[in-house]
Structures are given as C-alpha cells and as structure tokens.
Ligand binder design. Structure first.
Ligand code: SF4
Length: 511
C-alpha cells in the first residue's frame, strides 16, 4: 500500500505517521514525494501557535476531500518542549487514525496507543490523575475502546495488589534474569537467542564457565550495593536444555554468591519445551525451591507443532505437565499462541479444551507476531495465517474462556507486527501471578541480565518534571552478546562494563 502524505505546517513526525498507517495495512510504503504513484493520498495540516495544537487530516482523491478529521488541544505558554511535542504527536495521530478508520472500516481497539507497555502509561498517568480522568483521556484522546480500557485498569489495579510496594521495590531490590541460549531445535517464529544445543555455536561447557563467573561477579556487586533480589527468572532459550547436574551447579553458585536467597520472593524456571523436561531436572528445581515453571504447548494441534518446528508431541506436553504435577510442582504456567499458521477458531478451541483438562495456574495468551528476524517472517508466503476477524474472534474467546475458568489478567504487552493489532496477556488464578513478569514489563526496578542474550535494564534515579509533576525515569539497556561463541570470548569485558554502568546508576564510587 503506497500512501502519499502531504504535510502542511511541519516536516517531522514521520515515525508516528508510519506507525498509525501500519495499523491498517500489512505492507506500507510511505511516500512524501509523488501523489501519482500512491494508493491513498493524505493531507495533514498542523498548527501550533503556542496556545493551541490543531491537526487536520484529509483523505483526498485529486482535489476532492473525501474524509476529514480535526482535533485541537490547548497548550499553555509554559508547557515544557517535550510536553508540546507529545501533544502535537497526539493530535496528528488522532486525526490520522480517525480518517483511516473511516476509510477502511477497521476499528483499532488500541486507538493511537502503539507502544509496547500501555499499562506502564496507565500507572504513570495515575500519578497525577484520578482513575476516571485516565479512563476519559484514554477514551477521548487516545481513542482506546472500552474493553481495552477496562483491561488496562484491571491489570494496573491487580499489579498494585500483588506487589504492595510496587513503586518502592526498585529502591532496595533488583530482579535477576539468567539467559541459557540453547534449545533442542529452533521454532520458526522465534527470535530469542536459542541455539541448537547439539550445534557448533560455542561449547555449552565454555558458556557455563562464563555464566558461573558472571553469577559470582554480579552477586558480589549486589552484596556490595546492599541490594536484595525480588525475583529470579531462568529464560533463554530453554534453560532445561542443559543437564540436571549443570543446573544444580548453577543454583549452587547462585546460593554462594547472591544476596540471601531466602528473601527472594519468586524463582521461575522457564522449562518451556516439554522435550527437555526430565525427572532429575524437576528434582533439581524442587531442591532449590523453584516456585514456578513454564511448560509451553503453544498449540495442542500436532500438525501445527510440526509446521513451526517445535519437534515435540502434544502427548509429550501432557505427560511432562502431569509428571511435574505428580512430583509436586504446584505453580505451572503455559504459553499459548493465537494465529499460528493454518490455525483458526477450531484449532484454538481444541487447544483451550486440552488446557482446561490440565488447568495450569497461569497462562500467557500471545497473538502471533511476525518478528523481523524469524524464519517465519523470512518465508512469510509459505505460512497461512487467519484473517483479522478470525484472530479477533479467537482473542474474544480467550477472554471469555479465561474468565469462565477463574483466571484474571495481570500483565500485558504489545508487539510490532502483531496479528490484528492485538496484545499478549498473562492470566493467572488469583494469587499465582508472576511477579517477575509484572516487574519486567512495568519497568519499576532494575533487571540484571546474566548469560547469553540477557538484556539488563538499569534504572537511574527518577527525576520529577516540575511542569507536569510526572516522574521521569531513565532506563539504560545493556545487552549481553546473543551468540554463545561471542559470549564465551568476551564475558569478562561485558561484566566489567555492566558493573561500571550499575555503579553510576546506584551512585557507587570506587576508590
Ligand atoms: S523453545 Fe522458545 S526459545 Fe526455543 S526456539 Fe522455540 S520459541 Fe525460541
């Protein structure tokens, strides 16, 4: 879809214009030069006289205006520059969305919210507004639909209940993410650091040696900084791809190096792939008091698993789930994906029916997203996925079904190129919410990432914006190398840089 945009009164905001157009069309080519070659012609006018921000978007055919939307917002002479800029973005996005909704007949459930973390925005807005004011703002200025507003407020409220010190937890505590970059095979939709455990990309032993070293060094830093750990999350890859003895040794090093493990509120191991779970690994997880594991079916249709390269069977998912239960693991999460190739409503119903038999304590319902680097995206034309309406129907069914089963939504996020412009939602039985998922998504404490592909998110002290009263958080991301071979060669260098950054963020001065 070639979209010609003529801008009057401004020459910026290309990203915002693209992001809104992208919500409506799978392939979008922006064109600021020649109306002749376009499928749609848009004219956007922006007026900013310091007192009022006014945008008008028109959809034209030659000289004729077919559709139009106008939106105005008052500015105050003392509004700070970034607040003005945000207002300008909002008025442009609003009018563009309205025009394209009318043109295509597609209602965008999330309105002009295109970011990954809408609940984070809700928490932020509620620091200076009442819940009713936030709802009104989302409805009238962000054009978010009523069900999505409810979802946001419900989730934000639940998070505050589950983590009573939600706004304070970053001051004296951090969370830890451990990245084990191996999997038995690579799934077609995956962009995580997941290398075939039998492959040649750096030896597993060499990687583990680096990881032990990193655990010791970061443990030393946390103790020196006087920080406790709120949650520990083993992800990757699939952490249970390594042997039980190797897992045990890592836990042992953590106990020797990290601050008091008895004060950790939650320990999760994302076992993920059923084909990696064995009784001896479950024993190790139990020995180290793992609170929560994930066993991820994604789908209970065998043909789908084969098509997406998961190389395990539906039967195996059920067997491993039952094994974990029998051995006493009482908090199991499952991930499901809506919109996997060749799957429609019928297959999704089958997945829900099977999930109902197992009743995991929590469930993350993802909507398939075509991530740029995945095998699936590179071979996009080989995969058939359901149409937008069917995706929406499956999502609606997931919402009804989780409610019937007694699950409550407790965290959510959105991704680029997600089917139907929908969302990923984590549900749990009340009291079984994953604290790590909340903390990682809402970004209210530092996450220290160890191992391959782990991204540390380091929080610098918040500053209050005098004009808006809002707290401004500066977060620095620090990624470890994704590839085991690179990690194995350079982990010491990375650890030293990470410690330097952490020292800065926590105001630690070394003599
Ligand atoms: S199991 Fe998870 S991490 Fe491993 S390849 Fe599949 S999606 Fe990626």
């Amino acid at each position: 879809m070639n979209i010609y945009v003529e801008r009057a009164g401004f020459d910026s905001f290309q990203t915002e214009i693209f992001n809104i157009c992208k919500l409506f069309f799978e392939q979008v080519e922006m064109n600021y030069e020649s109306p002749e070659q376009s499928d749609i012609q848009l004219h956007i006018e922006l007026r900013n006289d310091g007192i009022q921000a006014r945008a008008a978007t028109m959809l034209r055919a030659g000289e004729e205006t077919r559709l139009q939307s106008v939106f105005e917002k008052q500015l105050t002479p003392d509004s700070p520059p970034d607040m003005r800029k945000r207002t300008l973005k909002r008025v442009i996005s609003y009018t563009l969305l309205e025009v394209l909704q009318k043109h295509t007949g597609l209602e965008q459930p999330w309105g002009i919210l295109t970011g990954v973390r809408p609940t984070k925005l809700v928490h932020l807005l509620r620091t200076t507004r009442t819940t009713e004011q936030v709802e009104q703002l989302l409805r009238e200025e962000y054009l978010v639909t009523e069900p999505k507003i409810r979802l946001l407020i419900d989730i934000a409220d639940r998070q505050l209940n589950v983590i009573p010190d939600f706004f304070e937890v970053g001051k004296k505590e951090v969370s830890v993410y451990i990245g084990i970059p191996f999997c038995p095979t690579k799934c077609a939709y995956c962009t995580f650091p997941a290398y075939d455990i039998r492959g040649q990309n750096g030896s597993v032993e060499a990687f583990l040696e680096g990881l032990h070293y990193e655990i010791r060094e970061m443990g030393r830093w946390m103790r020196m900084a006087g920080l406790q750990i709120t949650t520990i999350y083993w992800g990757g890859g699939t952490p249970t791809s390594i042997e039980a003895e190797q897992m045990d040794a890592l836990f042992q090093t953590m106990q020797e190096s990290f601050p008091d493990l008895t004060r950790v509120r939650e320990l999760t191991v994302e076992a993920g792939r059923p084909d990696t779970i064995t009784p001896d690994k479950i024993e190790v997880m139990k020995k180290w008091k793992t609170d929560r594991i994930s066993i991820n079916p994604q789908s209970f249709t065998q043909e789908t698993l084969d098509l997406i390269g998961r190389h395990h069977t539906v039967k195996e998912t059920v067997e491993k789930f039952e094994l974990a239960r029998e051995m006493g693991l009482s908090n199991i999460n499952m991930d499901l994906i809506i919109g996997l190739p060749n799957e429609g409503y019928e297959e999704f119903e089958r997945t829900l029916a099977q999930t109902e038999r197992l009743l995991p304590e929590s469930l993350t319902v993802h909507t398939l997203s075509f991530k740029r680097a995945s095998k699936m995206t590179k071979n996009r034309d080989q995969y058939e996925v359901a149409e937008r309406d069917e995706i929406q129907e499956m999502m609606t069914r997931a919402i009804e079904w989780t409610e019937e089963m007694g699950y409550v939504p407790y965290y959510m996020y959105r991704q680029k190129n997600i089917l139907g412009n929908l969302e990923n939602v984590g549900y749990s039985l009340p009291g079984k919410e994953s604290l790590y998922n909340i903390l990682m998504m809402e970004e209210n404490q530092s996450i220290i990432g160890l191992g391959c592909g782990a991204v540390s998110k380091i929080m610098f002290p918040a500053e209050r914006d005098e004009a808006t009263g809002e707290e401004k958080q500066h977060i620095e991301r620090f990624p470890n190398p994704k590839e085991p071979s690179v990690y194995n060669e350079s982990y010491k260098e990375y650890i030293a840089k990470k410690i330097k950054l952490l020292d800065e963020a926590y105001g630690l001065v070394r003599s």
